[in-house]
Design a protein around this ligand. Structure first.
Ligand code: ADE
Length: 240
């Protein structure tokens, strides 16, 4: 998969995308991530990327031409019709695990980072397939959302998390929160690891994990259970 990020601040991405799992995924050619600066697609002397809003008001608006040309450039480079152009925008559709999984199915993802007071709306209307928000708060730009989306999408790509893909155990993967995990030592500060996990009884461990997963969801995120039809087994586990 190819992820193109359109940003006026490419340096913001070097650290976050250059470590750990995302670095390995790029080294192994499972994902290709590239940041393109719209400023490189300005042809005036001062490389201007923003301008005053028509109709007045405070703040600056990102001009359409540099973003248009930057997107056009990366679309041509990938030469795949299986792509999605996504605008980072606080007014977009909420980003969640289902959206991450969906976006991971494209061959090319183009993440457009807005800045200043916004971008010329013709980009949203004509160039962008959808706008996505990472939460109900306003950030100074789309760079952090683009990093979050890149991370969440990349780890859905087969092989990125390693041989035994861990994504299937994730919180939200099956709609519930994850069960608690423990590692050595068995006792730390007098705090014990739950006995069942040391039993070697895989059926019992599976049941315990399912129960903890349901319980955590019920206590911390009951909204995730709304409209969900629990199986008779899950209902029983939740009542225990
Ligand atoms: N740009 C500014 N705030 C944002 C948010 N919450 N989500 C996506 N893009 C943004």
């Amino acid at each position: 998969m190819r992820i193109d990020i359109i940003s006026l601040f490419p340096d913001m991405f070097t650290g976050p995308l250059g470590h750990s799992i995302l670095k390995r995924a790029q080294d192994n050619n499972l994902i290709f991530v590239q940041v393109t600066n719209p400023r490189d697609f300005t042809y005036d002397k001062h490389h201007i990327v923003d301008d005053y809003p028509f109709g007045g008001g405070s703040g600056m608006v990102m001009k359409p031409e540099p973003i248009f040309r930057a997107v056009e450039n990366v679309v041509n480079a990938a030469n795949s019709s299986n792509r999605r152009v996504v605008l980072m925008c606080p007014g977009g559709q909420p980003f969640n695990q289902a959206k991450a999984r969906e976006l991971a199915s494209y061959e090319q993802l183009v993440l457009v980072c807005g800045h200043y007071e916004g971008i010329d709306d013709r980009i949203r209307q004509q160039v962008v397939d959808e706008a996505v928000s990472i939460g109900d708060y306003v950030l100074t730009g789309g760079e952090l959302p683009a990093m979050i989306i890149t991370d969440a999408v990349a780890r859905m790509i087969p092989g990125v998390l390693g041989a035994n893909d861990g994504a299937q155990h994730d919180s939200f993967y099956n709609g519930f929160l994850e069960y608690p995990q423990y590692t050595r030592p068995r006792e730390f500060n007098g705090w014990e690891v739950p006995e069942v996990l040391l039993s070697g009884d895989h059926a019992k461990i599976e049941t315990w994990r399912r129960k903890e997963s349901l319980r955590a969801t019920f206590v911390r995120r009951p909204d995730l259970l709304e409209g969900v039809e629990l199986s008779p087994r899950d209902q029983k586990l939740l009542q225990e």
